[in-house]
Design a protein around this ligand. Structure first.
Ligand SMILES: Nc1nc2[nH]cc(C(=O)O)c2c(=O)[nH]1
Ligand code: SF4
Ligand SMILES: [Mg+2]
Length: 269
């Protein structure tokens, strides 16, 4: 049986559990769902599924040289509580909670590590509703040919050297190789794609332009997004303004985090 491993409370925000029992969503709303907070679909009402497990272990340095870890430790850390779902039950949870929304966002952790189980899940969802829009948020280290026909938007967030301090050379190589595959699929109009870079300094921009120069040629400027690193603090406003200017200069998009603005730094919103 195909199983999908989720982070704890990995389907969010919901108002019904699998038995139909009422749940209180963390958004404080009386309805299931939230808005996509990031990327070119920011603001679009969406239901989220957070898969457990990641092949990276990102950490950034903030302006005070303090280490900022991955913002979803409950989806990557060893030994934390997880949830195992059958494809059938997960489809049912989507059906119970999607309401009037059309968008499902599958995030993580790194969802593409479970692409074998995601395939029957996405097939079943599209059989149920072919207008359902599926976004997959990924770090770009695993492209999947078989998944691509079911995914309406790949939201690829390639990690830069400022964040992949713990990654092995093999993983970094596979990142470049696979991001190129995503970009070529975009060039051939096989997928919709956004490249979402988390930026903490001008060096990150230089790295994007040098390390991903081929990749950038395969996509349009509308597909390239810059998201300021961090969630607030002393120098955050200045960083936002810098990142905004770097984006405008290149014709790229500036990407805020709407969910943080609305709900604060709260899990499962
Ligand atoms: N509202 C909302 N939007 C999001 N966009 C990407 C998210 C993520 O954690 O991957 C996320 C999230 O956790 N919540
Ligand atoms: S790729 Fe994403 S989920 Fe994985 S460690 Fe980095 S920030 Fe966390
Ligand atoms: Mg997040």
């Amino acid at each position: 049986m195909n199983q999908i491993i989720l982070a704890k409370d990995g389907i969010f925000p919901i108002t019904r559990d699998i038995e139909g029992k009422a749940m209180t969503p963390k958004t404080g709303f009386s309805v299931a769902g939230t808005i996509q907070g990031e990327g070119k679909l920011a603001g679009v009402p969406s239901l989220f599924i957070r898969l457990y497990g990641c092949n990276l272990s990102c950490a950034w340095k903030d302006e005070n040289n303090a280490v900022v870890r991955c913002d979803t430790p409950h989806a990557i850390d060893a030994g934390v509580e997880t949830e195992k779902w059958s494809v059938e039950d997960l489809v049912q949870m989507v059906q119970l909670n999607i309401g009037n929304m059309r968008h499902l966002v599958v995030t993580g952790g790194e969802p593409m590590l479970q692409s074998k189980s995601l395939l029957p899940f996405f097939e079943a969802l599209k059989r149920w509703r072919d207008d359902l829009h599926i976004t997959v948020e990924t770090n770009g280290t695993r492209f999947s040919n078989s998944l691509k026909k079911y995914v309406d938007l790949f939201s690829v967030s390639p990690k830069l050297s400022s964040s992949t301090v713990n990654a092995s050379p093999q993983i970094l190589e596979s990142l470049e190789f696979h991001v190129e595959k995503f970009a070529l699929a975009r060039l051939r109009n096989k997928i919709d794609l956004q490249l979402k870079f988390v930026v903490s300094s001008k060096e990150d921009i230089v790295e994007i332009e040098e390390r991903f120069s081929e990749v950038l040629k395969h996509v349009t400027t509308d597909d390239i997004l810059l998201m300021p690193m961090g969630i607030g603090g002393e120098n955050y406003e200045q960083l936002q303004m810098d990142v905004c200017q770097w984006a405008i200069e290149r014709g790229w998009r500036f990407a805020p985090r709407l969910h943080l603005m609305l709900f604060g730094h709260k899990e499962n919103t």
